[in-house]
Design a protein around this ligand. Structure first.
Ligand SMILES: Cc1cc2nc3c(=O)[nH]c(=O)nc-3n(C[C@H](O)[C@H](O)[C@H](O)COP(=O)(O)OP(=O)(O)OC[C@H]3O[C@@H](n4cnc5c(N)ncnc54)[C@H](O)[C@@H]3O)c2cc1C
Length: 464
């Protein structure tokens, strides 16, 4: 089977590459290979009753399948160069922002119309934050919500399914350079293409490392973010979330001068498990539909760690900490802030007596046995700092779930076209280590599709 372009991975990066290619060069033969299921078949078996925790499916429906890791995410598209990736370092700030806005337009055209776009521009919270030594990062945030995000993906798939060959449940085993293109090797068949776009996301990080080794593509270690997910009554943060929805607030801790930041805020949302290669960590969701909303708001507090010499494996460090929490708690550990400060583990009865109902079934325990002191101290200092702009954050009953780990793929060496040293082999999205968000990953997909279309128009050797 010969294609002009093969895309590996059907997350936002791969989908937006496919979308833009089909729009600009409909004559190209394009295929998408995805190790996970088609969208309608993606279903996590955890139902809270019969199956309460992760059973380690062969393909994790939360992380894999059409829509990628973003499919059941909160659908917060942050339009900014301040966080979510470093795409702008490769393609320029203006182009990166323009592409993120373009992605937003497509999302609106495919079911997102009517959802809210929040902005930090001119907000009074910036001043309030600075007055308390906290720093609010600039962004516009489109909040699709988990439900509308799904509708947009459904509509995009319906748009693409007759124009592009989708191979679901088909992991690519390896990629090999051929004369004038690439051989894409799957478990039971091989395919040829002239251009290949790799967009395998976080779940494909080990695979990406293997491909880089096999093809001698340089890569370098990236950071890992470690912390907890905080859950509190929605009222505590309502004055901020009602205006900004998502606020990325950074704090430099007095003790170690480490930076702690808020991440992935889910007003009236739910805390959820996340499975990364069998390791259970924590994450959060929220819904646009008021029927599905909860009484609580959750967000992550994360500290970045980057190892380079002699130990390079930042992700391995994060994994070990997450494994430790899984060993002690059988999964995610939950602790009241008051218990943590008093040096006592949370018990089910202490959780039951609290004035907040947890949205995730987790094991009451002691996070100080899991998180390194430096990270835990930073988190505690940040909670007290946030209490000044959102009183109630440092309440005894505030719940901390651990651990939350944000793994970053190692950074793959690509040029300003997001192309590796191999001509026509592009690496985009979170799999490249360059992006770590829906909007940046999607924008990188559009960017590369336009690069290929430009080459095509210039008749620089692409088939038809
Ligand atoms: C629970 C959760 C909530 C999130 N919420 C947000 C949010 O609100 N806002 C935000 O900006 N970001 C959020 N994120 C992060 C966001 O989902 C990712 O940044 C984004 O999905 C990255 O897109 P991608 O296309 O690069 O990779 P992915 O979405 O990870 O897609 C990669 C795809 O490649 C497939 N794949 C991997 N290896 C292979 C292989 N060898 N062969 C074939 N296919 C393969 C995978 O199955 C996957 O479907 C969230 C993530 C999670 C898990």
């Amino acid at each position: 089977m010969k294609y002009n372009v093969i895309i590996i991975g059907a997350g936002p990066g791969g989908i937006f590459s496919a979308y833009e290619l089909s729009r600009l060069q409909p004559e190209l033969r394009v295929a998408v290979f995805e190790s996970g299921h088609a969208l309608h078949k993606r279903k996590c078996p955890i139902d809270g009753n019969k199956i309460k925790s992760c059973i380690g499916c062969k393909s994790c429906s939360i992380m894999s399948g059409f829509g990628g890791a973003g499919a059941f995410s909160d659908g917060k598209y942050n339009i900014t160069n301040d966080f979510g990736g470093t795409l702008h370092e490769y393609i320029g700030k203006k182009q990166a922002l323009d592409l993120m806005k373009y992605v937003d337009d497509i999302n609106m055209a495919y079911g997102g119309a009517g959802t809210k776009l929040y902005s930090t521009a001119g907000t009074k919270f910036k001043t309030l934050c600075v007055q308390n030594d906290l720093h609010l990062l600039d962004a516009s945030v489109r909040h699709l919500g988990t439900d509308i995000n799904y509708v947009v993906l459904e509509n995009l798939y319906n748009e693409l399914k007759d124009k592009i060959d989708f191979y679901f449940d088909t992991p690519v085993v390896s990629v090999a350079a051929t004369d004038g293109g690439y051989r894409i090797i799957c478990e039971d068949r091989e395919y040829e293409c002239e251009k290949c776009i790799i967009s395998v996301g976080r779940s494909g990080s080990k695979w990406m490392e293997k491909v880089c080794k096999e093809m001698n593509i340089p890569s370098k270690s990236n950071r890992v973010d470690i912390g907890v997910r905080v859950e509190l009554p929605a009222e505590v943060f309502a004055h901020i979330t009602d205006e900004l929805y998502e606020s990325k607030i950074v704090y430099r801790t007095p003790k170690y001068e480490d930076r702690v930041r808020t991440f992935c805020m889910n007003p009236r949302g739910a805390v959820v498990n996340e499975n990364t290669g069998g390791i259970i960590t924590v994450n959060g969701h929220s819904y646009e539909d008021p029927e599905k909303q909860t009484q609580n708001t959750n967000f992550a507090l994360l500290v970045a760690k980057h190892f380079s010499e002699p130990f390079k494996d930042s992700n391995g460090y994060g994994e070990s900490i997450a494994r430790l929490s899984n060993m002690l708690g059988g999964g995610v550990i939950m602790q009241r802030f008051g218990d943590l400060i008093r040096g006592q583990r949370s018990t089910q009865s202490r959780i039951d007596e609290a004035f907040i109902t947890p949205t995730l079934h987790a094991t009451p325990g002691d996070l100080s046995l899991v998180l390194p002191k430096r990270i835990l101290d930073g988190i505690i200092e940040m909670i007290y700092a946030l209490d000044k702009i959102a009183p109630g954050t440092a309440n005894d009953d505030t719940l901390l779930y651990g651990v939350e780990v944000k793994f970053y793929n190692m950074e793959v060496a690509v040029n300003e076209h997001l192309e590796t040293a191999y001509q026509g082999l592009y690496v985009i999205g979170d799999g490249s280590g360059i992006t770590h968000s829906l909007s940046h990953a999607s924008a990188s997909g559009v960017f590369v599709a336009r690069e290929i279309a430009r080459i095509c128009r210039g008749n620089e050797g692409l088939c038809p």
